[in-house]
Design a protein around this ligand. Structure first.
Ligand code: HDE
Length: 700
């Protein structure tokens, strides 16, 4: 901050200079002095003040005390849910005007970009937990529109565990680490979660999603996002329609397999955060298309469920998604704490043209988020933190409070006023936000609507819309999670629910758990489940775009490898738009047969094959015996095969392939001819070898 010279004398006619507008800016680059927080230049930042070089530290050391005190206060309460998040800046741009359905300013002009900040998160774990637990992912976007901030605070799953906000603290307490023992961290595989779930039939649809591959995404760049609740769009004529928000990644969605997720969590707890950061740094900007399912008021009665029930979705096959525009994330945060940690999303932040529905879960959220930010960010001025501040002008008569950063001028902080200066803030009847005028009647009552009572039909719809590998994964996930529940009655009760979803699923899980089917608790559904038409658009495998774009290949290379083969593979992968990392037995790199050094991105132990979507092994005959003896090398190949990846290998690497127990199939490509590079790329593009899975795992 540029220092200003103090006036020599102060008098009634020469008032003290006023504070510059941005007094909270940190020092600029041209001002290298290290100072205390109060501007005192510091002469020594290495040593505390002591009585003699070997003597005690003096209480007088106000510089040490200021530094340590600040440090002691560097953490704020973490979010009770969604504590671990990764964020990025970017913009949203509409494809065309959506004026026919909404007057929201940011959806009118295809030439206008609106700044956004997105934060992706896991739900159950703490801020320092891992990126790849089985969990829902938060997908929150703040649009800094010309009419104020619009926060679309969604998840990567379109439905939720519960129907009423009253149950939220319960479901969260159940999934979080158990309060007496303080574990497990970031995991739903424990008794309290399944105890609650097995007594909460409305959660069954969400459970199918949470046990599916959606809960272990390959990358944050590849998750879909959903507003979950039904919202409203209102156009300039005041016509209101219901909408459901959808985000679709333009590179498609993909997941890891469970064994990979567990291994990645150990090898790189920041797997997703790093991936997002690196993609943006290299200019490979993640993109999502925003769309809405639009439901006319007249269509509501035709739906076979209640639009206000957040445990239900509308299959795209019934109401297609209307694309609205694209979000591009093109800038990493400058500071994780200042931006990603302090960003405060509130579903109540909406703009003219968008409205709420009476979904009781949404209604509860409208209260909860403001309340949590007051606590988390220390008071009512959190909107002044740069990441939260609207980019459009904002003014009102709210004043003071903890952490007030603005120096409001004048004597009038109210309205109406005869003496307020010209330009003082006034309400705006024309452009201002107006609540959609809905007629509400009814008795005051604590009761769930009967239209919310069908808890199994859509769980069944989801399960039956999955392809066989995806169904197997759901069964495996249920068996894994329930195997961690030591209370037999809870397992048996869950089995009872599964019977209402799908008899085959119930049987597979019972078998995997080693529980006789007769032990399943008999549960009487409030409404008997129905068979709905499957929705293929819910299956990730059915929608797999078969691309290497945005995917990552790992090339394991040894000394003496063929440089031409390396160059050919590298070029082909890059042409297919994959990112490539090189792995060598040692981090110093590998020297190919022509004496050139290929630098390594990872050593063998630092770059396990589960970091990559597809792998290549380019080994020279001399180097292979060492690899075959090396557990890390054998596991590298064994894991790649076990995780259903396409593997290409030079003929000399065959003994390693054999040592890893690989049974060659269409996904193992021997690089024995120039055209085999092409074969490899085609196979890698097709993605995981689902046909291999039944040969490797009993459930999947
Ligand atoms: Fe949240 N939720 N939530 N939630 N939620 C929070 O707000 C809450 C729900 C979601 O990256 C908290 O700032 C209640 C559904 C995301 O900062 C808290 C209910 C959906 C994020 C809160 C729900 C979400 C949060 C914790 C039931 C998907 C992270 C810290 C009535 C549509 C946003 C905070 C970020 C965060 C309350 C249910 C999404 C405590 C009471 C449904 C993505 O206020």
């Amino acid at each position: 901050m540029a220092s200003k010279k103090a006036p020599r004398s102060l008098s009634a006619t020469a008032p003290t200079p006023k504070l510059p507008a941005e007094t909270h800016q940190v020092a600029s680059e041209g001002d290298p002095n290290l100072t205390t927080n109060h501007g005192l230049p510091i002469s020594d930042n290495q040593n505390s003040l002591k009585a003699g070089v070997r003597g005690p530290v003096l209480m007088e050391d106000f510089i040490l005390r200021e530094k340590i005190t600040h440090f002691d206060h560097e953490r704020i309460p973490e979010r009770i849910v969604h504590a671990r998040g990764s964020g990025a800046h970017g913009y949203f741009q509409p494809y065309e005007s959506a004026a026919d359905i909404t007057e929201a300013a940011f959806l009118q002009d295809p030439k206008k970009k609106t700044e956004v900040f997105a934060r992706f998160s896991t739900v159950a774990g703490g801020a320092g937990s891992v990126d790849l637990p089985r969990d829902v992912r938060g997908f929150a976007v703040k649009f800094y529109t010309s009419q104020g901030n619009f926060d679309l605070v969604g998840n990567n799953i379109p439905v939720f565990f519960i129907q009423d906000a009253m149950k939220f603290p319960d479901v969260v307490h159940a999934v979080k680490m158990e309060p007496d023992r303080g574990f497990p961290q970031a995991a739903s595989a424990h008794a309290t979660f399944w105890d609650f779930i097995s007594l909460t039939p409305e959660s069954m649809h969400m459970i199918m999603w949470a046990m599916s591959d959606r809960a272990i995404p390959r990358s944050l760049r590849m998750i879909e996002g959903f507003g979950v609740h039904t919202f409203r769009f209102i156009n300039a004529e005041g016509v209101s329609r219901f909408v459901k928000f959808h985000w679709r990644p333009t590179i498609g969605s993909a997941a890891v397999v469970w064994d990979e997720a567990m291994k990645i969590s150990g090898a790189d707890p920041d797997f997703h955060r790093r991936d997002l950061w690196q993609a943006i740094e290299r200019g490979d900007f993640p993109e999502w298309e925003l769309g809405v399912q639009v439901i006319e008021e007249s269509q509501v009665e035709q739906l076979d469920f209640d639009l206000l029930d957040p445990t239900k979705l509308i299959p795209e096959e019934i109401i297609p998604i209307r694309p609205l525009g694209k979000m591009v994330l093109n800038r990493n945060p400058d500071n994780h704490f200042a931006e990603t940690e302090q960003v405060a999303f509130c579903p109540s932040h909406i703009v003219p043209g968008i409205g709420f529905s009476d979904d009781p879960l949404l209604q509860g959220r409208l209260f909860s988020y403001l309340d949590t930010q007051l606590m988390r960010l220390g008071g009512p001025n959190f909107h002044q933190i740069p990441i939260n501040a609207p980019r459009c002008p904002f003014a009102n008569n709210q004043r003071d409070g903890l952490r007030q950063m603005h120096v409001h001028k004048g004597r009038v902080a109210y309205e109406p006023s005869q003496i307020s200066p010209p330009g003082a803030p006034r309400e705006c009847p024309v452009h201002g936000f107006r609540t959609n005028p809905e007629v509400e009647t009814g008795e005051k009552i604590r009761k769930r609507s009967e239209t919310f009572a069908d808890h199994y039909s859509q769980a069944r719809l989801f399960y039956r819309s999955m392809r066989p590998p995806e169904q197997n994964h759901i069964a495996s996930a249920l068996a894994f999670e329930l195997s961690k529940v030591e209370i037999i009655e809870i397992r048996n009760r869950m089995l009872g629910h599964l019977g209402h979803i799908d008899a085959g699923l119930q049987e597979t899980v019972a078998d995997a758990l080693g529980i006789p089917l007769e032990d399943a608790v008999r549960i009487k559904p409030a409404v008997p489940p129905r068979d709905l038409d499957p929705s293929p658009s819910l299956s990730l495998i059915s929608k797999d775009p078969h691309t290497l774009k945005g995917r990552k290949a790992g090339i394991l290379i040894t000394d003496g490898a063929d440089p031409d083969q390396f160059a050919a593979i590298l070029a082909a992968l890059k042409k297919a738009k994959a990112t490539v990392d090189v792995i060598a037995p040692r981090i110093g790199g590998a020297t190919t047969s022509d004496g050139a050094l290929v630098p390594a991105d990872h050593s063998l132990t630092g770059g396990p094959s589960y970091f990559f979507d597809t792998v290549v092994i380019l080994a020279a005959a001399d180097a292979v015996p060492d690899l075959v003896r090396e557990a890390a090398a054998v596991n590298w190949v064994r894991d790649a095969f076990g995780h259903l990846k396409v593997i290409a290998y030079s003929p000399a690497a065959s003994p390693l392939i054999k040592a890893a127990g690989v049974d060659p199939d269409g996904g193992t490509i021997l690089l024995d001819a120039p055209k085999s590079v092409k074969t490899y790329i085609a196979a890698a593009r097709a993605g995981r070898r689902w046909d291999r899975e039944p040969t490797l795992r009993s459930v999947g």
